[in-house]
Design a protein around this ligand. Structure first.
Ligand code: ZN
Length: 277
């Protein structure tokens, strides 16, 4: 396309420019895509049925399949050729694999498919705005399938997944609750413009953990108090009860002391803290 042509000008007017930044997202860390061989068998007509599901009208079956989570949908696709055809010709699934194959590959690679339905992913791909701020959202947060802009993705803590142990301590959650939260398996690689190296690990969704903590303790304040008390108890055990008393800490300038920190009474603000000897 000629740069000065009317079509090119219209194209630039109605589209966003593609940034030439390497921000090290999951796309850059996924294994190389190996397309399946197109053999004669894939064109053969199905010979098996899908059992009792065949009595449903096609429209209803399509609606049900679309509401399945992606992991279950792909498991169903592997049942037989008839099931594969039903999934392959689902308009939403076809749209995803045609235009956003990497989104699906990313979801399957980090194993978050059981929390995201085919309909939800398709809807996010058809929505241009960031769910947080309303600006253009060029990224998908694949743990819970949210469309976000770079600033929200990189600055808002709810898009920073946590190791399960840290989520448990931060929100006062028992292990059984943390195990039910949306979680992902990190693909080892380099992430973010800061080129942070990430090893193989499991991470849980921050926002889901926060909501679970608030639901468990009754309110945000109750949760924060419980977490703070638990932290003081832990520090007291590790330091043999040598921490200053809460009354002494409370007498220090308000707002500058965090009882949750093992160095609570030495911290007077960023850069002004006096390290304990
Ligand atoms: Zn945003």
């Amino acid at each position: 396309m000629e740069e000065d042509s009317p079509v090119a000008r219209a194209f630039h007017k109605f589209t966003y420019p593609r940034l030439r930044l390497n921000d090290h997202t999951l796309d850059d860390n996924l294994p190389v895509f190996q397309p399946q061989r197109d053999n004669d068998r894939s064109h053969a007509l199905p010979t098996a049925s899908i059992g009792v599901l065949d009595i449903l009208p096609p429209e209803l079956l399509a609606e049900i399949l679309c509401q399945l989570d992606l992991r279950t949908l792909l498991d169903f696709r592997y049942v037989n050729r008839r099931a594969a055809d039903l999934v392959n010709y689902l308009p939403q699934y076809k749209g995803i694999t045609t235009h956003a194959r990497n989104a699906l590959r990313g979801i399957l690679s980090i194993e978050t498919g059981r929390w995201i339905t085919c309909a939800a992913l398709y809807e996010k791909l058809c929505t241009p705005v960031c769910e947080q701020c309303g600006d253009f959202g060029g990224y998908l947060y694949l743990l819970t399938c949210k469309r976000v802009c770079f600033l929200c993705l990189s600055r808002n803590p709810i898009y920073l997944p946590l190791p399960p142990g840290r989520a448990s301590r931060k929100f006062g959650l028992q292990r059984q609750i943390v195990e039910r939260l949306p979680r992902m398996k990190a693909i080892p690689g380099t992430y973010s413009p800061n080129e942070k190296k990430v090893a193989k690990c499991t991470l849980v969704d921050y926002e889901s953990a926060l909501h679970a903590g608030v639901a468990l303790h009754g309110s945000l304040d109750a949760m924060l108090k419980r977490v703070s008390d638990a932290e003081v108890m832990r520090n007291s055990r590790t330091t043999g009860g040598l921490l200053p008393s809460p009354a002494f800490c409370a007498s220090l300038p308000s707002g500058l002391v965090s009882l949750a920190s093992p160095y609570a009474c030495y911290t007077y603000g960023p850069g002004l803290g006096v390290e304990p000897s």
